[in-house]
Design a protein around this ligand. Sequence first.
Ligand code: NAD
Length: 501
Amino acid sequence: MSLPVQTHIIDGEQVTPAAGEYIDMIDPATGKLTGRGAAGDATDVDLAVGAAKRAFATWKQTSTRERAEIISHMGLLLGAHLEELVALEARCTGLSTARLMAFDIPGVMQFFQTFAENLEEYAFVEYPPVRTLPEAHDVKIVKQPLGVCGLIPAWNGPLFLAFVKLLPAIAAGNTVVIKPAETASLAVVRAVELLQQVVPPGVINVVTGHGQQAGAALASHPDVAKISFTGSTRTGREIQKMAAETMKRVTLELGGKGPGIALPDAPVELTARGATMAFLLGSGQICVSGTRLFLHDAIHDAVVERMVALAGALRGGSPFDPATTLGPLAYRAHYERVLGYMDLGVAEGATLACGGGPMTVPGFEEGLFVEPTIFTDVTPDMRIYQEEIFGPLLSVIRYSDIEQAIAMANDSCYGLSAGIWTGDPIAAQSLAHRLEAGTVWINDWHAVTGDMSFGGTKHSGYGREINIASMESYLETKNYMTSFETDPCAKALFGLVHREA
Ligand code: NAD
């Protein structure tokens, strides 16, 4: 594959960046240049928002049937180019093609299915029953699109995170400007380029660039009605402040520090395999990763012993090799940050059960691979317990009292994911009720279906994504109140100001 040099896609056209600058994207598995993306700025964002605003005037008038058909064609078109898209995604993220084909792509295809199949039945108009007191009114509640939506996803699953926002936004009748993560935009830009074949110009635009420039310009643009953001809690706060100036709606999908609680009756093999997958899928670079594991005394040692063995069996390598089970971290600054947390864990007095440093992978000496790392004897005062690390690092905490485990699990500023490992999954549902998280898995982790209503609480953000209801946050609700009483003297409120009549 030749080195892609990508432009923005604005109003159906390839548009070179106004400042003429590009961003190098590095393959984290090899350390080599893998493509270049346009370094957009406020001028490019303004152009894209203008195109989206013009396109909105006609797109909002399309019927749900037309939009459902276009969404269905979009899915087919991308399906015909999967191999190319997956290769681009793997090259700039280091995510394995096995993971992309088993998790990200089926997820994206489920989003297409959800919106293509359910859009026509969605209640864009509601007719509540007529209330006769104090006066009969016919009430109609209408849901209308907001306008131009700015979509800002993170780098850890670029296609998945872009399409989970894009589909509800355009299905609702909005137009969009996407600002993908600067380190990993190759597949998203190519996908948007392909989609121009089936979507009217200006409905889906993409402007690449750094967060501080292109991202901030989008989040503060006066003609953008809504920002949907996935990324760190720190940037989420900035976005919220920028959006406040122009009263934009905001959806924030932010960080997490997912607690898993293994009950005394949890099957050891299920727990060990599940909890290992929960913190190592995507090399731990997933917002919902299970990164704090509370193990009951009765099974602590057996589970840790088995997890250490399982973690040691993971293989680093090419994202294109089906045997690869552990990918690199996404970019160098992040890699160094994660290694810093491994040193910190030792310095804070946790016990290193396995890993703790860089991983050497023969043939990939320049790759950003890190050993799967498990710390035991972790305590709540440690930073490795409290902070989101976003790498293959697990903190294990021993407990003996379930009330204490629940309190510790909830003692976090985050509230995105949690899990329970148990011998009694039905009974565990009442426990799930007590965990402060948007998603609680029981005897599983990371599973996603198109029916989920996904999102966080506390500093993990707010708003929900994935299922058809996620369209709500891309719609404005409006009431039509119609009275059929034409005698002014019989009208309930008129009399309050027309006493003399
Ligand atoms: P990040 O906040 O640095 O960047 C995310 C996006 O925001 C990128 O596109 C970036 O260019 C842009 N951005 C950065 N600064 C900006 C600014 N000032 N204004 C506007 N846009 C700006 O996050 P990241 O490090 O790329 O991603 C990792 C984080 O994302 C982790 O905290 C992870 O938990 C979170 N995440 C959350 C979810 C979820 O659904 N809750 C999913 C994936 C990742």
